[in-house]
Write a protein that binds this ligand. Structure first.
Ligand SMILES: O=C(O)C1=C[C@@H](OP(=O)(O)O)[C@@H](O)[C@H](O)C1
Ligand SMILES: C=C(OP(=O)(O)O)C(=O)O
Length: 435
């Protein structure tokens, strides 16, 4: 799909989409909980659909109630996992799903094949080769990539893992240890990155009544013999700060926006976008369930995105519209996202006249405050966050642009183009115009 974006002024309000980080965790927890859970405001992104397909393959029953936009999930708990209906799970393009559900699949008594598609076929899975055998699981990978096969059952024991590549592997281990009723054992972690995502994991586990470990400064997660308190049967998926970040930046660079349904009390990492927008100089009003942003004079800022890597694309769109050189730390880990995001952002923003330097772990964005289009055909590289960053930056450019592979947004935010249009931006599906 090719989308055309014209420069314009954004105004009005939208309600944020459901967070795929919260939704996918809720799917895993509902699978592992014995009994019924009603999920309200379920997400419908491709990653969410992948998680739903996975839990069905592992024995959960999922029924949609369209009348009140909810899902009823019957989890069978651990015993059913020992006889999965299908000994294969397909994780689509979702990094979180594959890394969270692989240790869970390894609880099964029989071998489970794990596949993925698109960018997931080149994202690293060596972690499992190193870690799962120490937990009694045989693992086969395709040279550290999918397809993989795990053959358990996983047996929780004291273990030390590396958290420097991604937090998602730890999320999976925490869920699997809880499901296996780990007791008197700890997961030790070196150099954990993306820490707030682990807070979100622990929060969801607790809400669902799964056994939740004690977090010792993100270096040790201790499962004690204490039983878990009963959990909720109703879970509402909160709005997505990661997707909302694009709209808030759009407000900061071009007029004004109100995004509803994002909670100030959220554990989501990308809530930190507010700090960057404030530092850049825009006006911001944060309320418990909504955020309002208004454009003002924008200047370069310094930001550490090590624990919130998904903010790089919206931060670049913001920095491109600031005057001066913005420094964003945490670049190294962008290599292994849906695209090599540092390189992709540099390539695509050059087409908008913005120079980006990649300097070890720091990205420098040379903003001039005025985006001058020198090549109007941008490419998402099949990366949802690149498509959204390009669109947001371009609403303040001197000419319209086209974004190729614009349907990449479906991975996290299927309503993104619709929301941008509702906020007054001209968004055209140009697929039929382009050969
Ligand atoms: O747990 C999650 O929901 C996620 C964790 C982050 O990954 P890393 O832990 O690899 O940084 C983030 O980039 C990803 O989009 C979602
Ligand atoms: C990297 C992302 O997701 P995941 O790792 O879950 O595929 C993302 O949403 O930007």
């Amino acid at each position: 799909m090719v989308v055309g974006i014209q420069p314009g002024k954004i105004s009005g309000s939208v309600t944020a989409n459901a967070s795929k980080s919260a939704m996918q965790r809720a799917c895993a927890a509902a699978l592992l909980k014995k009994g019924e859970t009603i999920i309200h405001n379920p997400g419908n992104s491709n990653d969410d659909l992948a998680a739903l397909a996975i839990i069905k393959a592992m024995g959960a029953e999922v029924m949609a109630n369209e009348a009140d936009n909810s899902l009823r999930i019957m989890g069978k708990g651990l015993p059913f996992l020992h006889q999965p209906e299908q000994a294969a799970i397909h994780c689509g393009e979702s990094g979180l799903s594959i890394r969270m559900f692989t240790p869970i699949a390894a609880l099964a008594m029989q071998p489970v094949t794990i596949t993925g598609e698109g960018s997931l076929t080149v994202r690293p899975m060596h972690f499992f080769q190193e870690v799962l055998p120490q937990l009694g699981v045989q693992v086969q990978t395709n040279n550290g990539l999918v397809p993989m096969q795990v053959s358990g059952p996983l047996q929780p024991t004291d273990i030390t893992v590396d958290g420097s590549l991604s937090s998602q592997f730890l999320t999976g281990l925490l869920m699997a240890y809880a499901a296996a009723n780990a007791s008197g054992v700890s997961i030790y972690v070196n150099d954990l990155k993306s820490k707030p995502y682990i807070d979100l994991t622990l929060q969801v586990m607790k809400q669902f009544g799964l056994k939740t470990p004690i977090n010792h400064q993100y270096e040790r997660f201790e499962f004690t013999s204490e039983e878990a308190a009963a959990g909720t049967d109703h879970f509402a998926v909160e709005g997505d700060w990661s997707g909302a970040a694009f709209l808030l930046v759009a407000g900061a660079v071009s007029n004004e926006v109100l995004v509803k349904g994002i909670y100030n009390s959220s554990r989501q990492a990308d809530k930190k976008i507010i700090d960057a927008i404030l530092d850049a100089g825009a006006q911001v009003r944060v309320e418990e369930e909504q955020v309002w942003v208004k454009k003002d004079k924008l200047e370069a800022f310094v930001f550490d995105a090590t624990d919130c890597p998904d903010l790089f694309p919206p931060l670049v769109a913001l920095a491109a519209n600031c005057t001066g050189v913005t420094h964003i730390k945490g670049l190294r880990r962008l290599k292994h996202k849906e695209s090599d995001r540092g390189v992709t952002l540099r390539e695509e923003f050059a087409k908008l006249g913005v120079r980006i330097d990649l300097n070890d772990d720091v990205m420098l964005v040379h903003g001039t405050g005025e985006l001058r289009v020198n090549n109007f055909t941008l490419n998402s590289h099949h990366d949802h966050r690149i498509a959204m960053a390009a669109a947001v930056a371009a609403i303040n450019a001197d000419f319209g642009i086209q974004i190729r592979n614009a349907d990449a947004i479906n991975k996290s935010y299927p309503d993104f183009w619709k929301h941008l249009a509702a906020l007054g931006i001209s968004v055209q599906n140009q697929s039929t115009l382009v050969k």
